[in-house]
Design a protein around this ligand. Sequence first.
Ligand code: BGC
Length: 733
Amino acid sequence: MAAPLLAMMVGGCDGGGRADANTSALGVATDSSPEVRARQVLAQMTLAEKLTLIHGDGFCWPAGTDGWTAGVPRLGIPPTTYVGAGSGVTDVCLRDKLRPFNPAIPPGPATELPAPIARAASWSKAVANDAGKLLGRETRDKGYNVHIGGDVNLARDPRNGRTFEQFGEDPLLAGTLVVAEQRAVAEEGVINSVKHYVGNEAEAHRNESTSEIDERTLRELYLVPFEMAIRQGRVGTVMCSYNAVNGVAACENRYLLRQVLKGEWGFEGWVMSDWFATYSTVASANNGLDQEQPWGLFFGIPLALALGTGEVPLARVDDMVFRILRTMFASRVVDDPPVQRPIDTARGAGVARQIEEQGAVLLKNAGDHLPLDPAATASIAVIGAYADGADDGRNACPFKDDWCNTKGYAAGGGSSSVHPTVTVTPLAGIRARVPHARVEYASGRDIVEAARLARSSEIAIVFARDTESEGKDRVNLSLDEDADSLIEAVSRANPRTIVVLETGGPVTMPWLDHVPAVLEAWYPGQSAGAAIARLLFGDVSPSGRLPVTFPKSEADLPTAGSVAQWPGVLEQQGGRYRIDYAEGVFMGYRWYDERKIEPLFPFGYGLTYGAKFEYSDLRIESKGPSVMVQFRLRNGGTRTAVEVSQLYLGMPSPSPSVHQPPKWLRGFDRIELAAGEAREVSIELPERAFSYWDVEQKGWAVSPGCYEVMVGSSSRDVALRTGLSRGTLASCP
Ligand code: BGC
C-alpha cells in the first residue's frame, strides 16, 4: 500500500479527494449537482475502477476500521472507511494495538454514549440529534467517512441479543428517532446508514435463518422505520441483513431492494451487505445489492466474469457505481474529506451524561424513596455488577482487552463495542456527589458480605445487569448470575434498598415487591456514574419512558410457547431456520393490550420526581388531509419535570381478516413544565396515521369506521379519549 493512499484512508492528508476551487481532477465542475458529477466521473472510469468501488477490501487493516473500500485517486474519489455504530465510534479493531504498525491510524478511544435503547427511552428528537451530531463528528475526527449505525430492527422479542443496539418495539418511535439521529450524522459531513434491512430480529441463527413475515406486518411494523429514514433522514447507505425474508436472502431480495426501497421509496443511496451477508453474485447484483462488504468474494472477480457472460448487465454495475459516487458527492466526503484530529473528550463526556440523564427510566419509587437527600445521607453501600470498574470478566468483549472488562458499567458486545475516553464508574460518581458520606463497596459475589454491608449502611444501592451481544440471543430475561438472590438478600438486610438496572432491555424482577425504588439506567455509557448519581440525588429528575414492554415473565411474550416463533425451527429441506412472525402486528404493547396481559411495566411508562401531570380539553381539528389533536397539559406537582405525552389510535378493522390491536402509537411529544405551568399541546396526525396496509390493493388504505383517539402518559395510562369518524371528524356514536 503506497503511503499517500494509507494516509488518505485515515484522513492524514488532504486525500487527493479535495478538489480545486471549482474543478476536480479531469475537469469535473464541483459546483454541479451530485448527479451530474457522478455521471461525469462514471463516464471516465475504466471497468476495473468501477469494480473497485463495489466491494470492500478487508477489515481492520490498514485503516483500523470495520471495513474499507479503495477509491479511485486518479479521479479524485477517496476510499471509503466504515466505522460503527450505535454507541460511539467503535474500536473492534483495537486501533491502539495497530498504531505501532501504522501511525496514520487514529487512537482507539471515542465517546461511549448510552446505548440506542437508552436514547430511545428519552423519546426525544433533541437527544437523537445530539447523539447523531456526536457520532458524526467523532467519525470525522477519526478521519473516517462512513458511519454505519442506525440499527432500526424492532424489539420483537426482548431476548434478541441486539435489543440494546436498537430503538425499541414501536416503529413510529424508532423511525422518528433514527431520522433525527441520522440527519445529524449526515450534517456532520460523513455518510450515514440504517440497518439491518430487514427482519433481523434475532441473532442466534442470523446467517441461516428466514424471517417469515406476512406483508401487512412487514409494511405496518418492520419496514416503517426504514421507510421514515429513507424519506426524511438523508440516508446514504442501507445495510441489508444476514437473514432471508420469506425465503429470499435479504441482500438478494428483489421485492425488498428494487421494488420497495429503490422503487416505492425512491432511495438514491447505495445498498451494502452486512459483513459477509452477500451469498451470490448474479442474484445479488441483479436484484439490487450495490456493494459487497467486507470483501469482494462475490462482487470481485466473479462479478467481472458475470459481466463477461452477460448474466449481469454493465448497466447494473454502472448503477451501483453511480449510486456510490452520487452519495459521496452529496455528502462532504469528496470536497471536504475528514481530517484526523483529536476528539473533544470533555464535550463528549458531557453529551454522554446529559443523554443518560434523559434516557434513564424510574420504574418504581414507593413512598418517594428517591431522590436521596445528599445532606442527610451519611452512609451508602454500593453493591454489585462491578460498579467500581474492577475486572470481573462479565462485559461481553469481542476480544479480551483491558478497556473492555474494566469500564465499570454494562455495555453491549459485538461490532458496536466502544473503547471509552474517560469513564466515571457508579462508585466514583456517588462518592463524588456525597464526599462527606461513608460510601463502601461490595462486589456482591459474596451475598452474605454484601448483606452485612447493606445492614451497616443507611442506604443500599444494588447495581445489576444483563449481558447482551451481537451474534447470540439471551436464554431468558433474568438478570446476570445470581443478582436476583443478591437483591433479595440485600433488601432483607436493608429496607432502604435501591436497584439500579444496567440492562440492554427488559428483565424480570422477582424481588420487585421487596424494594422501594428501581431505576432502569440501560447500558449507560461512559458517564454512567456521574449521571446516575445526579439522578439518584435529584439534581435532575428522571424523564425516560420505556420504549419496550417489560413482561412479568417470558411466558407472556408474544412468541411464548411456540418454537416456530422463537427461536425458530430448522427446516427439513434447505437447512434454514424458519422464524415465523405468526404474531403478526400483535407485537410489543399491541400484544399485551390485545390479550389483556398485565405487563410488569408497560410501553411508554416512567415516573419522575414530584410531578403530577393533568390532561384536559381534548380537541380535534381538521388540517387539510391531516388531523390536529390538541389538549392541555399541566404540571400540578411540586417541581419542574418532563412529561412524554403519547397519542394512540384505536383503529377500526376494515374486515375480519384485518384485525386491529386496541392501540397504535401515532404521535408523542416530550414537554418540560415547571410546577404549576400549563401548556397547549398539538400533535398532527397525517393521513398515514389512519391507514392500514391493504394486502389486496397492495397499498395504504383508510378504513371507514370509528377511530378511538387516546392521549396519556403511557400505553396503559390513558387520560383523555374520544371517538372520531375519519371522514367527517364527527364524534363516533
Ligand atoms: C454487524 C453490523 C456491523 C458490521 C461491521 C456486522 O457483524 O451485523 O451491524 O455494521 O458487522 O462492523
